[in-house]
Design a protein around this ligand. Structure first.
Ligand SMILES: Cc1cc2nc3c(=O)[nH]c(=O)nc-3n(C[C@H](O)[C@H](O)[C@H](O)COP(=O)(O)OP(=O)(O)OC[C@H]3O[C@@H](n4cnc5c(N)ncnc54)[C@H](O)[C@@H]3O)c2cc1C
Length: 357
C-alpha cells in the first residue's frame, strides 16, 4: 500500500508514555521504494526527520516540527540452518514481543530471555536491547538498512554495528545529530537473527535462576524460560497500556575500579556488578531510591513505586513534566553520588532537535 503523507498528526497513540505531541508531518512506510518517494516529496524533503518504531523508547518533550516516519514492513523468513545456527530474517515492522513468542512456540528458541520487550524489531539493534542475561548483540547476524545518502539498502554485519550496553553505532549517530534534519541516519528495514544450534539455555541471571529454582525447574526448556521471564516482567514493570512509561528511563552507569572503591567506602550497601576490564556497573535504581525519589509525583509525572528506574505518566502528564522529573532525578543523584545518570530513552525536542540521550 502506498504511503499517505498526513499533516498535523497526534503522536499520543504512537508513544508508550502516552503523552500528547503533534507531528507537523507523518507517514507510515513499508519499504525502501516508499521511503525514497516520501523523502523526495518537496513538502518534507528539507525538514527534520524522526524515524519511529513502536515509540517505546522515546519521550516527546513537545510537538515535533518535522516529519515522523513510522517504519512498518512485515514478514518473517526462516533462512534455514547455516554454520551452526538458524538464521531468521525479520522485517523491521514486526512487533518484537510477538516475534519472540512465535519463534519459541514454533520450536525455534534462542530469544526467550528477551520476551515481552515492547517495540518493533527494527529498533532492536538501535540500543542493543537486553534483559535477563541476554542482549540482541548475541543473536544478531546482520542489519539491513536503507542509506539515505546512496539510496541503497546495505547489509551491515553484526560485528560492524558496534553494539554495546544499550548502545550501537546507530544510537551514537542519532546522538551526534543535533538536528534530526535531512541527514545521513540509516533506516533499518530488516534484521537477520542468528539462533545458535544446538540451543542452550541462558540462565545465569540471578533473578531468573532463583525463579527457575523456585519452580523446581533445573533443566528448563525455552518455553519455561519464556514463561518465567514474562511473569517476572509483568510483576516488575508497569504495562504501558495501563500506565504510560518507556521502561528504564536511565542507563546503569559504568564506573572505574577506583570510582567503585570510593563509592563502596562512602555507601557500603550500593548495588554494583563487576564487568570485564575491571569496571563496575552501578545500580541506578538503588541510587534513585537512596535519594528518596521512588514513588514521588511531580505534576502528573512519577517515579514508579515498583521500580525506581521507570518514570511514568500518571495520567495527563506532558512530555515536559516527565522531562522536568528526569532532570530532578539526575540532579539529586549527581549531588549525592557525584554520578551523572544518562537517559536510555531518546528525548525529542519541540523544534525537531534531539535534546539528549
Ligand atoms: C514496559 C517497557 C519495558 C522495556 N523493557 C526493555 C528491556 O528490558 N530492555 C531494553 O533494551 N529495552 C526495553 N524497553 C525499551 C524499548 O522497548 C526498546 O528500546 C525497543 O527496542 C524500542 O523499540 P521501538 O520500536 O518502540 O523504538 P522507538 O521508541 O520507536 O525508537 C527508538 C529509537 O530507535 C530509532 N528507530 C526506531 N526504529 C528504527 C528503524 N527502523 N530504523 C532506524 N532507527 C529506528 C528511533 O529513531 C529512536 O531513536 C522497554 C520499554 C517499555 C515501555
Amino acid at each position: 500500500m502506498p504511503f499517505i503523507l498526513q499533516e498535523r498528526v497526534s503522536l499520543k497513540s504512537f508513544n508508550t508514555f502516552g503523552v500528547e505531541a503533534q507531528a507537523r508531518w507523518f507517514a507510515q512506510v513499508a519499504g525502501a521504494a516508499d521511503l525514497q518517494r516520501l523523502l523526495d516529496d518537496s513538502r518534507v524533503r528539507d525538514l527534520p526527520r524522526l524515524i519511529l518504531g513502536g515509540g517505546s523508547n522515546v519521550l516527546f518533550a513537545g510537538d515535533f516540527n518535522g516529519l515522523v516516519v513510522r517504519i512498518c514492513p512485515r514478514g518473517i523468513d526462516d533462512l534455514g540452518q547455516i554454520d551452526g545456527a538458524r538464521l531468521i530474517r525479520v522485517a523491521a515492522g514486526e512487533p518484537w514481543a510477538e516475534l519472540v513468542e512465535h519463534l519459541v512456540r514454533s520450536g525455534r528458541p534462542g530469544l526467550e530471555n528477551l520476551a515481552l520487550i515492547p517495540g518493533l524489531t527494527g529498533a532492536a539493534p538501535i540500543q542493543n536491547i537486553g534483559a535477563y542475561g541476554l542482549e540482541v548483540a548475541e543473536r544478531l547476524h546482520a542489519v539491513h538498512a536503507w542509506d539515505p545518502v546512496s539510496g541503497m539498502v546495505q547489509d551491515i554485519p553484526a560485528d560492524q554495528c558496534d553494539l554495546g550496553y544499550r548502545d550501537s553505532r546507530f544510537k551514537r549517530q542519532i546522538r551526534a545529530a543535533t538536528v534530526l534534519g535531512p541527514q545521513t541516519l540509516p533506516v533499518v528495514l530488516a534484521v537477520t537473527l542468528r539462533l545458535p544450534q544446538p540451543w542452550r539455555p541462558v540462565t545465569g541471571y540471578a533473578e531468573l535462576e532463583r525463579e527457575l529454582a523456585a519452580r523446581a525447574c533445573p533443566r528448563p526448556a525455552a518455553a519455561d524460560i519464556f514463561d518465567v521471564v514474562c511473569s517476572l516482567r509483568r510483576r516488575k514493570l508497569p504495562d504501558p497500556a495501563q500506565l504510560g512509561n518507556a521502561g528504564s528511563f536511565f542507563k546503569n552507569p559504568v564506573v572505574s575500579r577506583e570510582q567503585h572503591a570510593s563509592l563502596i567506602e562512602r555507601f557500603p550497601s550500593i548495588v554494583s556488578y563487576p564487568l570485564a576490564g575491571g569496571r563496575y556497573k552501578i545500580g541506578a535504581a538503588w541510587m534513585i531510591e537512596a535519594c528518596e525519589l521512588r514513588g514521588v509525583t511531580r505534576a502528573r509525572a512519577g517515579v514508579y513505586e515498583g521500580q525506581a528506574l521507570v518514570l511514568v505518566n500518571r495520567g495527563g502528564s506532558t512530555g515536559a513534566d516527565i522531562l522536568d522529573l528526569a532532570c530532578e532525578v539526575q540532579e539529586r543523584v549527581q549531588m549525592r553520588f557525584g554520578i551523572q545518570l544518562e537517559p536510555e530513552v531518546q528525548i525529542i525536542g519541540d523544534s525537531g532537535r534531539l535534546l539528549s540521550s
